[in-house]
Design a binder for this molecule. Structure first.
Ligand code: PEP
Ligand code: MN
Length: 363
């Protein structure tokens, strides 16, 4: 995907300063709600409007969007405000209707980007059409699936592409509706540095009170922009009521964000940073050396267990080891999440090695 077009090819120069903001209600509900939200956002300097017309809902019998009549409302809002209009498409018919209605930007939702058939259908419907497409991460934390969606669109000739990071479903009890898993988006950025990336703090948080914190993290990670849900009367919203901000609160939140420089220009700072980075690289190598050494011991234990016919996994040993490590980690000011993640991964590798050793019964 070497020829993804830069944001300058589809976002007005005036809106290109960081962050680029796309805002609007989760769903278009009534012509008045769409018009009033658009007018209020525009008057506060927002120039790109979002509203869902076709809403993928987890359970049936919920509000599933107003459907194609909402396209006319978006057209009216566009005429009145000259904002760019963005909406979600989930199949070829949606694409066809949205294109007829001159929608400016399409996005593909998280429940659609999980499905390669649906993405291929949308990609086929977009062949020879020059419109920006934003792809939300799939609901499950599968980077290849997300990349696959971009590749399908790109192969159909869509070159104005951008990613939307909206977090991932999780069975864990966490404060967010969807777990950010920042490392997945960071890896996407690493592999495709020319793919613009937006954060959707509304769907990550599921709760308006957390939005600023997540938006700030995305700015610290140098995302290009934000897509945020905004409703004139959030408490009465027909979908996602808890996570929407009034246009006023949206702007307050945006004004609180600290936007840092992407690159270091000052020579002295650069030298200091480069020294610290070299130190980090050196420490990382030491960590690898230690893990290697630890795995050699793991192999020894594996052989010993085999000879003496002892099971690979002992629950009690693992529990006491994890508790000890968590306690020591805490004393060093390391979060339980970090310590558990590292040691669970190391332990899994150890188990895998020892299981392999057990299987080599003919050695
Ligand atoms: C939305 O943007 O309103 C939406 C349905 O989001 P997601 O696909 O991220 O759930
Ligand atoms: Mn929503």
């Amino acid at each position: 995907m070497n020829n993804i077009e830069p944001l300058t090819s589809w976002i007005n120069q005036a809106d290109l300063q960081k962050p680029i903001v796309i805002a609007g209600p989760c769903s278009a509900e009534t012509p008045q709600q769409v018009m009033q939200t658009a007018v209020e956002l525009k008057s506060r300097g927002i120039n790109i409007f979002r509203a869902g017309i076709w809403k993928p809902r987890t359970r049936p019998n919920c509000f599933e969007g107003v459907g194609k009549k909402g396209l006319q409302w978006l057209q009216d809002a566009k005429k009145a405000t000259s904002m760019m209009m963005a909406t979600e498409v989930a199949n070829a018919k949606h694409v066809e209707l949205a294109l007829e209605a001159n929608i400016d930007i399409l996005w593909i939702g998280a429940r659609t980007s999980v499905n390669p058939f649906a993405i291929q259908e949308i990609a086929d419907a977009l062949r020879n059409v020059d419109i920006p497409i934003m792809v939300k991460n799939p609901i499950n934390p599968d980077l290849s699936l997300w990349i696959g969606a971009f590749e399908r669109l790109y192969n159909s000739g869509v070159k104005k592409l951008a990613a939307i990071h909206r977090g991932f479903s999780t069975y864990k009890k966490i404060k967010y509706r969807n777990e950010p898993q920042w490392q997945i988006a960071i890896e996407l950025k690493r592999q495709f540095p020319n793919l613009p990336i937006f954060c959707d703090p509304s769907h990550i948080c599921g709760n308006r009170h957390l939005i600023e914190e997540v938006a700030q993290t995305s700015m610290d990670l140098n995302y290009h922009g934000l897509i945020v849900e905004s409703h004139i009367n959030p408490h009465e919203a027909w979908s996602d009521a808890k996570q929407q901000l009034t246009p006023n609160d949206l702007v307050k939140m945006l004004n609180n964000l600290v936007i840092r420089k992407a690159e270091v220009e000052n020579e002295e700072l650069l030298n200091r940073l480069s020294y610290l980075r070299t130190t980090i690289d050196h420490i990382d190598n030491q960590i690898l050396d230690l893990i290697e050494e630890r795995m050699e011991v793991v192999n020894e234990i594996g052989k010993y267990k085999k000879v003496n016919n002892i099971a690979v996994f002992q629950n009690q040993r693992w529990n006491s080891m994890l508790n000890r490590i968590r306690k020591n980690g805490k004393l060093k000011g390391l979060s339980e999440e970090l310590v558990s993640t590292i040691f669970k991964a190391i332990h899994l590798e150890a188990i895998n090695r020892q299981t392999k050793i057990m299987k080599k019964h003919l050695d």
